[in-house]
Design a protein around this ligand. Structure first.
Ligand code: SF4
Length: 340
């Protein structure tokens, strides 16, 4: 198997919701939660999707896991289209794609013992015997740093970090090809966050896992991911390899996220001019015209208000959607200052 081949391909994914009509004669509003998102994830790599809350990153994750329906577009896992599957073939494909959820408190059934929680996907998706399942549960407990005898306990008898370890064990139970991690540490204390991130990293190395990592926290993504997409109001505004994107962000929104206050990345301290974003992102119910970011962008021009910028290849695998990013002498030039 080719290590650097594409495992997941997302093509022009759209997830639009129509809200209930307000009264008999009211117009039903549409939410453009995900509006034409494309990216590839290489086998054995970790790919990040970042952005503020409401940018569509979690909706993208749910659509990939087929927990919500896509309006259009295609999702290919190992070359197989997931969007058209249903029934038994969808169940079979689900084995290849498992999720770690944000909230370790609500994502585990409080009435079930840990052994039943971890065994659930094995019972539902495999034909393993009782004895094989018991052995696999013990093996998974050890992999995530829990003692085998703790499998008899209930979720409330564990700390937040331990609960997330149980969620990780459950996600890995059926040897998935892709693990979608939806903000897996955002509900945890900072010290525990680092432990869980290090565990995810270790498991990736030991088991050759491929991650899709959804996060609002660029520091977390920087620590774990090989490449990433930055989303704003349902669209990708910049994507590329971690190294390029973190050392030379081109889109004003990426720059603002990277230089946000407090700057978490110590290597950036003293080297950057902060770009503070005013206010919250506008509602995806009624996104601004043209470039969705124009209402918060300090560089916005008249063109930005009427024409939506295309996500363009600007070299070295970096793509950016901004009218003001130009190619000069073969190199991308952006309105945002370069890091010193
Ligand atoms: Fe800002 Fe215009 Fe670029 Fe959008 S297209 S990010 S509004 S400069």
């Amino acid at each position: 198997m080719n290590e650097s081949s594409t495992l997941l391909e997302v093509r022009d994914l759209k997830v639009h919701f129509t809200l209930k009509r307000p009264g008999l004669f009211g117009q039903a509003a549409k939410v453009y939660a995900v509006d034409g998102v494309s990216f590839n994830v290489k086998r054995g790599h970790a790919y990040g999707i970042v952005g503020e809350s409401g940018c569509g990153k979690s909706t993208t994750a749910l659509a990939l896991a087929r927990l919500i329906g896509a309006t259009s577009g295609d999702i290919l896992l190992d070359g197989q289209s997931l969007t058209s599957l249903s029934g038994e073939s969808l169940k079979e494909a689900r084995k290849g794609l498992q999720m770690i959820f944000q909230d370790p408190y609500s994502s585990l059934d409080p009435r079930q013992r840990v052994e039943a929680i971890i065994a659930k996907p094995l019972r539902q998706l495999t034909r393993m015997t009782q004895a094989e399942i018991a052995r696999r549960v013990d093996e998974l407990m050890a992999k995530v740093g829990l003692r085998a005898e703790q499998k008899k306990l209930f979720p409330h008898q564990f700390s937040g970090g331990q609960r997330q370890r149980i969620g990780i064990a459950r996600a890995l139970a059926v040897h998935p090809q892709l693990v979608i991690c939806d903000e897996p540490v955002s509900a945890l204390d900072v010290a525990i966050q680092a432990q869980v991130i290090n565990l995810l990293k270790q498991l990736q190395q030991d088991m050759g896992l491929t991650y899709l990592f959804i996060s609002h926290d660029l520091a977390v993504v920087q620590h774990l991911c090989d490449a990433l997409s930055v989303m704003y109001l349902g669209r990708v505004v910049e994507q590329g390899e971690r190294k390029e994107l973190f050392s030379r962000p081109l889109h004003p929104y990426t720059y603002a996220l990277l230089t946000a206050d407090p700057i978490k990345d110590p290597t950036l301290r003293g080297k950057v001019t902060r770009l503070r974003l005013e206010g919250d992102p506008p509602s995806p119910l009624n996104p601004p015209s043209g470039c969705h970011f124009h209402t918060r962008c300090p560089y916005a021009q008249d063109l930005c208000k009427v024409e939506s910028p295309r996500l363009r290849d600007v070299g070295q695998g970096q793509h950016v959607a901004c009218h003001l990013v130009k190619i000069v002498d073969g190199r991308p030039v952006s309105p945002v200052p370069a890091f010193a």
